[in-house]
Design a protein around this ligand. Structure first.
Ligand SMILES: [Mn+2]
Length: 266
């Protein structure tokens, strides 16, 4: 277990399924306490919306973060677009976003993207502060971790540190247009699929560092043309430069806890 690194993709409110899978991998015990020792566990964001208990999932992760730190391990998470949505509704509600493209607001987007009233009600100031300061991008070993499979992160800077800093400044402020831009950019996807995927992945890795991108956000079942229930492994693509780990838990797929570096079974 020591020195092992694990990544988990989009949980979308499925707190209990997450706990079951972490237990299966020896990372938590029967009482949901950290048992991973000095292991590192990264989440790629999108804890909330679509499923019943997003705040419960975040609360579990925060508790594991404290316990892992005491044990010499590490638990950390990236922000997903659904965390931006959760925080945006909390801060701006149904205030219209200045736009030439018709009426839009965080509240409206939250409703049509599976927002759960119980998550908004359970959102405390402490959780808002913690979430608002999580990174968008991170490195672990030779991996570049990102929530969304998009190049739009580069609009905020040309290094991981700069991108995280720019977005943290936005989230610390009250500029609705800039907040909206964070949501909009992080909702884009599929940058590494198709004939130009390898090139896009390699140019991003050249710019931000790392040998392999690991992302969530876009379910791998539709990339493979199968149903999420038939997914058993993450999906390595774009010439081996990109690993997709969102198995579509909200759509009946498994909660993958992926050990890095990932080696395909066949
Ligand atoms: Mn997402």
């Amino acid at each position: 277990m020591s020195d092992s690194t694990f990544v988990v993709g989009d949980v979308h409110g499925h707190r209990d399924e997450l706990a079951d899978e972490l237990r299966e991998h020896g990372l938590i015990d029967d009482a949901d306490n950290w048992s991973g020792g000095t292991a590192t566990l990264w989440f790629l964001g999108d804890f909330v919306d679509r499923g019943p208990d997003g705040i419960g999932a975040i609360t579990l992760v925060r508790e594991l973060q404290r316990q892992a730190a005491d044990a010499g391990g590490c638990v950390e998470t990236l922000l997903g677009n659904h965390e931006i949505l959760l925080l945006g509704v909390h801060r701006f509600g149904d205030t219209d976003v200045p736009s030439d493209f018709g009426p839009r607001s965080f509240a409206r987007s939250w409703e049509i993207n599976g927002g759960q009233a119980s998550d908004q009600e359970a959102l405390t100031d402490d959780l808002v502060e913690w979430l608002s300061t999580r990174p968008l991008l991170a490195h672990t070993g030779e991996h570049l971790l990102m929530h969304s499979d998009t190049l739009e992160y580069l609009e905020w800077g040309s290094s991981v540190e700069k991108i995280n800093e720019t977005v943290h400044d936005v989230l610390a402020g009250d500029d609705l247009s800039r907040w909206w831009e964070v949501w909009r950019r992080m909702t884009t996807r599929y940058a590494f699929r198709g004939p130009h995927g390898v090139e896009a992945a390699e140019s991003l890795l050249d710019e931000l560092g790392g040998e392999r991108i690991v992302h969530g956000h876009s379910v791998i079942a539709d990339q493979l043309g199968i149903h999420p229930v038939d997914i058993e492994q993450p999906y390595l693509y774009a010439g081996g430069r990109v690993l997709g780990i969102d198995a579509g838990l909200f759509a009946g797929g498994p909660c993958l806890v992926v050990s890095l570096p990932y080696v395909p079974e066949d």
